[in-house]
Design a protein around this ligand. Structure first.
Ligand code: AMP
Ligand code: MG
Length: 425
């Protein structure tokens, strides 16, 4: 149970020396949100394949050694290294060990067994010489190479040991993990239930696809980017459509969302324009902190709770929606999904080939294109216009160029930090 209330959170924030409600640094806002999250605790047992992209609720302990027996890493001949002769070794081949069909006998002095990759090492053997290194004549082999004892032998348990914690609780299951769990013969795993996320767009100017566009209207694109970003996270989504800038309808929709979802995400209506009702509404319905974050794009961002649901109020501008989602919401959802410490998105240092204009005092997430220059070196350049309504910039970009609060104008040739989008988008 999370004992903290939003009031604690606000109090905590206002006690901080550098707290400025008009401009909170990105890192601080991230920490505050983080502090307030508790993972869902309902779990379910699912067939192994269904656990892909879900979070393990229980650690996986190995019920056996993998591999189960010492076996050969090569097609070749298994023998005992005591039989090696300095000038050249000659051994009698007394049988064959296949993967899945062991040689049952014991291998004695001067003897060997033909063995296939994955074949169980026969009793009495400890070394495998690869077949390319031997001469075969009749039922004998000879070789002059002196392999080291244990060469080409895979040891029982060298991948996973009996009783070992193979995957910890809180692990987001990936393709390799599916195989790893399968290699243990485990067919069902316990995962957290899917996080339920409701979202809607706000704005009188929004038209839905299929409607004709009246003068002054724009098609609602935020519900589509949100759909994509949320689907990628494997959460259960509830698309509540477009809601007009009308306090009663907004209130009804928020309450409905809070009844069904663990998380509510809205776009638009969080600035201070006349039709931006979200602030008043949320003060009425829940506990919400409205922050102006010292960032671009995405300055207005709200976080709080409506009933038991976590609430994220994203700005309306399409690029700002995506940037705030990736910089704040994604990480928070991963925590709520059951990952206590989601791995941070890596930041790389790369040379930027163009000038970037920027004011210090806020973090900018410019959209960038990582490319290979004529010398084969990875470089970055900003996409064209960086306006927060220019969604094309997100579509063209393959990275964010992250310019922190302290950075001012960046001359071409400078090293900048980039966050690669591949893997999160
Ligand atoms: P707001 O934050 O509501 O003032 O909206 C800021 C800007 O984003 C306005 O130009 C809106 O028209 C635009 N906008 C808001 N919501 C959407 C949406 N769902 N799809 C596309 N543009 C939007
Ligand atoms: Mg609006």
């Amino acid at each position: 149970m999370n004992q903290k209330t939003i009031a604690d959170l606000v109090r905590g924030a206002s006690c901080m020396d550098d707290y400025d409600p008009n401009s909170m640094p990105v890192e601080q806002a991230r920490r505050l949100i983080q502090d307030y999250l508790t993972a869902i605790n309902e779990t379910q047992l699912v067939p192994l394949r269904e656990s892909l992209g879900r979070v393990l609720a229980k650690e996986i302990i190995s019920p056996c050694n993998v591999p189960n027996h010492d076996n050969s890493a090569m097609d070749g001949y298994a023998f005992n290294a005591d039989d090696l002769q300095a000038g050249g070794t000659r051994l009698q081949v007394i049988g064959t060990a296949y993967a899945g069909k062991a040689y049952e006998g014991t291998v004695g002095k001067g003897q060997c067994v033909r063995i296939m990759t994955g074949g169980v090492m026969p009793a009495g053997t400890d070394t495998v010489i690869m077949q390319e290194k031997v001469q075969v004549s009749g039922d004998h082999i000879s070789f002059t190479d002196m392999p080291k004892r244990h060469l080409n032998k895979r040891n029982a348990g060298e991948d996973l040991k009996l009783g070992q914690v193979v995957l910890p609780a809180g692990r987001l299951v990936r393709a390799a993990d599916l195989g790893l769990v399968a290699s243990l013969g485990i067919g069902e795993v316990e995962v957290y239930r899917k996080l339920r996320v409701a979202f809607f767009s706000t704005g009188d100017e929004l038209a839905s696809i299929g409607q004709p566009l009246e003068p002054g209207q724009v098609y609602d694109s935020n519900r589509y980017t949100l759909y994509g970003m949320l689907t990628r996270l494997n959460v259960e989504i509830m698309d509540l459509g477009v809601v007009q800038d009308d306090p009663e309808t907004l209130k009804k929709t928020l309450l409905e969302a809070a009844n069904h979802a663990d998380v509510i995400i809205t776009s638009g209506g969080v600035s201070v324009g006349e039709a931006d009702y979200m602030k008043q509404l949320l003060e009425q319905l829940g506990q919400v902190v409205f922050w102006k974050i010292a960032m671009k794009p995405g300055r207005p961002l709200a976080y709080g709770k409506v009933g038991n649901a976590h609430y994220f109020g994203l700005p309306g501008n399409p690029v700002a929606v995506m940037v705030t989602f990736y910089q704040f919401v994604r990480q928070a959802l991963l925590v709520l999904m059951g990952q206590p410490e989601p791995p941070p998105t890596p930041m790389l240092d790369v040379d930027c080939t163009e000038d970037i204009r920027k004011l210090p005092g806020r973090t900018e997430f410019q959209r960038g294109i990582l490319f290979v220059d004529e010398d084969g070196k990875w470089k970055v350049r900003p996409t064209g216009s960086q306006g927060s309504g220019i969604l094309r910039s997100m579509s063209e970009a393959n990275c964010f160029i992250v310019l922190d609060d302290t950075v001012g104008n960046v001359p071409a040739g400078s090293t900048v930090q980039v966050q690669v989008m591949e893997g999160i988008i």
